[in-house]
Design a protein around this ligand. Structure first.
Ligand code: ADP
Ligand code: MG
Length: 326
């Protein structure tokens, strides 16, 4: 009777939109008490759009050394420095900056990159290909566009090059994050020039899925490389209390290990290449069927439709199937 029940379980799973790698997976599924959820593409749609562009009027000193601090006079930002007119190369318009950022992002597959490249191409037409392109996982992208060195990503990407945000861009970034959006900092030729706001939407099924996980006695935790404010906004929207934010891609697996060391039995739900190691490490890996091949290969279960409600369905199914056997 045992193998039959397990086969029925996996068959029922397929009907629910859950692909189960093997009948033995049902046993681990049943034991899970903690569900770690990746944010982008798992809890949210992962389809980002550009919402705003902020540029700085500061054509003066490189911001790296002696960057103006909070308390300084408001003239610091807009004022011409030492009577020097901005050079031709310095005079980037908002469209120029979006185009430069878009050109570098065009070489990346990241949902943020797609949003920026799409918006830039809509405004300025076909984008030039960047030279010396590099994707810096969890931080952003870099490349050379028409002779200009361009960085686009987290503030941390800029600070690694000793580039700091001028006050008006720092303010724009904070306001964007407080509103639950992701701020992309753009530097050109060693100076911070713009902050782009991108955002995606929570899937309409996510809140219900989280409520169902809770009803099954599971603790949901939101895990993301995105900043605290954005993570907190999404968590609030879907009813998650525990948030682990600003986690570098390679550190996601350590978060899972830490929870396991606390004696928890951990399910991880993810979609990205970044999530593959954590999916493999988790007691149970649930991959979004809408996600990357790397995630699907690493997972024990695939939620075919990318609907998070299939996660509580899978756990309920495993409990039922196994109680039939016992
Ligand atoms: P998540 O864990 O939410 O799936 P990632 O680990 O892929 O996110 O990225 C973490 C953060 O790094 C993003 O929120 C963004 O701020 C920055 N980032 C990553 N890739 C890019 C990119 N191509 N362009 C701009 N910023 C990026
Ligand atoms: Mg993701």
């Amino acid at each position: 009777a045992t193998p039959t029940a397990l086969l029925v379980g996996t068959g029922r799973g397929a009907q629910l939109g859950i692909l189960i790698k093997g009948p033995e997976v049902l046993e681990t599924t049943r034991a899970v008490d903690t569900v770690v959820l990746d944010k982008t593409g798992t809890v949210t749609t992962g389809t980002m759009t550009l919402r705003a562009v902020h540029v700085t009027g500061d054509d003066g000193e490189p911001t790296a050394a002696g960057a103006p601090t909070e308390g300084e006079a408001p003239t610091a930002a807009g004022a011409p420095t030492e009577g020097e007119a901005p050079t031709e190369a310095d005079a980037f318009t908002e469209d120029d900056l979006l185009r430069l950022a878009g050109a570098v992002e065009h070489a990346s597959e990241h949902p943020i990159a797609r949003a920026v490249a799409r918006a830039a191409a809509e405004r300025s037409g076909p984008l030039p290909a960047p030279e010396d392109f590099a994707n810096v996982p969890g931080l952003g992208v870099q490349g050379v566009v028409e002779g200009h060195a361009v960085l686009a990503g987290r503030e941390k990407l800029l600070t690694e090059w000793s580039i700091t945000l001028p006050p008006e861009l720092a303010e724009a970034k904070e306001a964007a994050e407080a509103a639950g959006r992701t701020a992309i900092c753009v530097a050109v030729d060693g100076r911070a020039r713009a902050v782009l706001e991108v955002a995606d939407a929570v899937k309409d099924t996510s809140a219900e899925a989280i409520a169902r996980l809770r009803a099954l006695g599971l603790t949901p935790i939101l895990l993301t490389g995105d900043n605290e404010a954005v993570a907190a906004t999404v968590a609030r929207e879907v009813g998650i209390e525990e948030v682990i934010a600003e986690v570098m891609p390679e550190d996601k697996v350590d978060v899972v290990k830490r929870l396991q060391a606390e004696g928890r039995s951990v399910a991880m739900v993810g979609d990205g290449v970044n999530d593959a190691a954590a999916l493999a490490q988790a007691d149970l890996g649930l991959a979004m069927g809408t996600g990357t091949d790397a995630a699907i290969e690493a997972g024990d279960l695939t939620l075919v439709r990318g609907d998070l409600r299939a996660a509580p369905d899978a756990i309920r199914l495993a409990r039922r199937t196994l109680s039939t056997i016992k």
